[in-house]
Design a binder for this molecule. Structure first.
Ligand SMILES: [Zn+2]
Length: 268
């Protein structure tokens, strides 16, 4: 099963042609889309997407780069939303130490409380980690959520092994398609296939063949081909294994059904 485990289909970049983008990805064989929220403002939008599309699932969370503009009460909004039991994960959450005025202490407070919610609801987490691998690992060891996905992974082998040891799968996304991304490609080629999932991060992190353009989830098939080439494997095997890994990391994806939304007239 070809699954894009990380795409922001609710983003404004897709407002003009969202249905066509989803349909184009289906045309490439994409059978599942996981759409993480980034702020309380877009919880309703991600929920609407999965209500309208049986092959979409959503996660609720407050992204580290949205913590600055978030209100403290947004955590209560998140708790209420999670109680609707429609989300398959808590995400996108984490830490971003790259952005200069990112207010890491506030990001850490939001991460900790969201990890507690993941534990309370028994949900896996979708992690954003940039220049903060060890701090995120420390928070995970404290709270022990039931695994999930370390998205856009860009750490060392030792850090990769630490996430894997805590029950996480790793996504490399578009960065894996650039020949200059040596460390990421080396990890993608040599880590056990059982710990890798496919993701685009659309509309961000465009692959090498679409550099500077909007990234679409249809690119995931070619990314699967890149991973297969790096590992010297058949692309079909890579798709099958990474799909199973996605389901293992985010069990709620098991309820995705291949097909179109009721009432869609695209079935002919
Ligand atoms: Zn993201």
């Amino acid at each position: 099963m070809l699954i894009d485990t990380h795409c922001h289909l609710d983003a404004a970049e897709f407002d003009a042609d969202r249905e066509a983008v989803i349909e184009a990805a289906r045309g490439q064989g994409v059978a599942g889309f996981l759409v993480p929220a980034v702020a309380a403002d877009n919880f309703a939008a991600v929920a609407r997407l999965s209500a309208a599309n049986p092959d979409c699932a959503h996660a609720y969370g407050i992204h580290p780069l949205y913590v600055k503009q978030a209100r403290d009460e947004d955590v209560d909004v998140l708790r209420d939303r999670l109680a609707d039991r429609t989300a398959v994960a808590v995400g996108e959450i984490g830490l971003d130490g790259y952005v200069v005025d990112g207010d890491l202490p506030r990001q850490e407070r939001f991460l900790e409380v969201q990890l507690k919610l993941a534990v309370a609801f028994g949900l896996p987490v979708v992690l954003h980690i940039r220049r903060a691998q060890d701090r995120v690992l420390k928070a995970l060891r404290r709270h022990r959520p039931p695994g999930g996905i370390a998205h856009a992974f860009n750490g060392s082998r030792q850090q990769a092994e630490a996430f894997i040891g805590l029950g996480f799968k790793l996504g490399f996304g578009g960065a894996m398609t650039y020949s200059g991304s040596r460390r990421i490609r080396e990890l993608a080629a040599t880590l056990p296939l059982s710990v890798i999932v496919l993701e685009t991060d659309a509309p961000d992190i465009a692959p090498a063949w679409g550099a500077g353009q909007r990234n679409d989830p249809a690119n995931i098939r070619r990314m699967a081909g890149v991973l297969a080439d790096l590992r010297g494997m058949d692309v079909g095997e890579v798709i099958e294994a990474t799909g199973a890994n996605a389901l293992a990391a985010i069990p709620g994806l098991g309820r995705l059904r291949r097909g179109r939304a009721p009432g869609s007239d695209c079935g002919q």
